[in-house]
Write a protein that binds this ligand. Sequence first.
Ligand code: PLP
Length: 423
Amino acid sequence: MAKVVDQERAGSTGPSTFDVERIREDFPILGRREHGKPLVYLDSSNTSQKPRQVIETITEYYERHNANLYRAVYALAEEATSMFEAARDKLTRFIGAPDSGSVVFNRGTTESTNLVAYGYARKFLREGDQILVSEVEHHSNLVPWQFAAQATGATIRAIPLAEDGTLDLTDLESLLTERTKILAVTGMSNVLGTMPPLKQLAEAAHAVGAVILVDGAQLVPHSPVNVQDLGIDFLTISGHKMLGPTASGGLYGRRELLEQMDPFLGGGEMIREVHLDRSTFKEPPWKFEAGTMNIAQEVGLGAAIDYLEGLGMEAVRRHEQELTAYALKRLGEAGARVFGPTDVEHRGGAVSFWFKDIHPHDLAQVLDTEGVCIRAGHHCAQPLMRILGVPATARASFYIYNTPAEVDALVEALEKAEGIFVA
Ligand code: PLP
């Protein structure tokens, strides 16, 4: 892989040069051995590993700064509050949001989509309205809309998958009409890597008066994102897939929309005034942050953002494109049927495949004995599996710490599995 120096964005909390071997030293878990073999972690679309900078930030938070937010006037609580809000400022900058009032913290993408489905869709949709999704969506970008449709009488339509693994936008005009109120689409598929043209979709949605929500679970960790350039209304963010702790992340929402929306969860801290029979609420983002928050996790996410910004997201994306291109080539040569687009300019590093008619679960088990971690299953995308005509796929997914040698290890392990299952 090329070494990319990006001095301008150099952070003090991680390497400023894209040197994979140097990056790997920051991830203690990568030193682990599995069944006597070096750990080859190819499941970052599921959850990413964490650098010591993130782990140390969390430890330090609990050892030196822990207190609850906003509620107390002592110095320790003010410190915890300012660390939490500093993390919000970092996430705001990272996704190009106009101000931190448009960034809500919560447990990640699933909670964010539910927040919009509850606070926006249930409030504004009526019978006969439509929600447009796509056939490649993760369950977390389908099920919340199904709940909202059931509650409002709206219906769900889907942009179809094209043969080449992209979204087929040929009939977009008939799918996206003045009846469409929400377009909810992935920024990067967790199964196929597909990256739809978000700017074009945002313009098309706005032209018919709909809002667009982008499922950013895979996009934000792996590619530069600027919500204002894209012109999108909502973006969901999974901290645990971008080097951050589990249960970190949140939702970007256009400020006017967040203001119009109903709160999602009720409780302490999200209120302005409470009477026995009614309440008024704080302004966004706090209106959507009820109860004690995931403070240490979001502070840890702030450290993860520092780390990624130190490398530069352009360099992160470039590294994964190179690795994905290499994986597509090696898997193809080994006889795997690879799903999804082939052009790495328009796809991410989640590579799903079917190998020699070996069930993906059997494959994953044999690979595990070789120290290689891949995911096997429907990847929370059952409608897509039906369209692909398979019960499951095997999936290798890459991140900043993966190397071409690990792609080679994957292919060698596949050949071993072939020796076991294919006589
Ligand atoms: N959307 C996509 C495309 C995903 O890959 C995932 C997780 O795998 C999710 C949503 C759910 O994200 P979270 O774990 O933050 O709820």
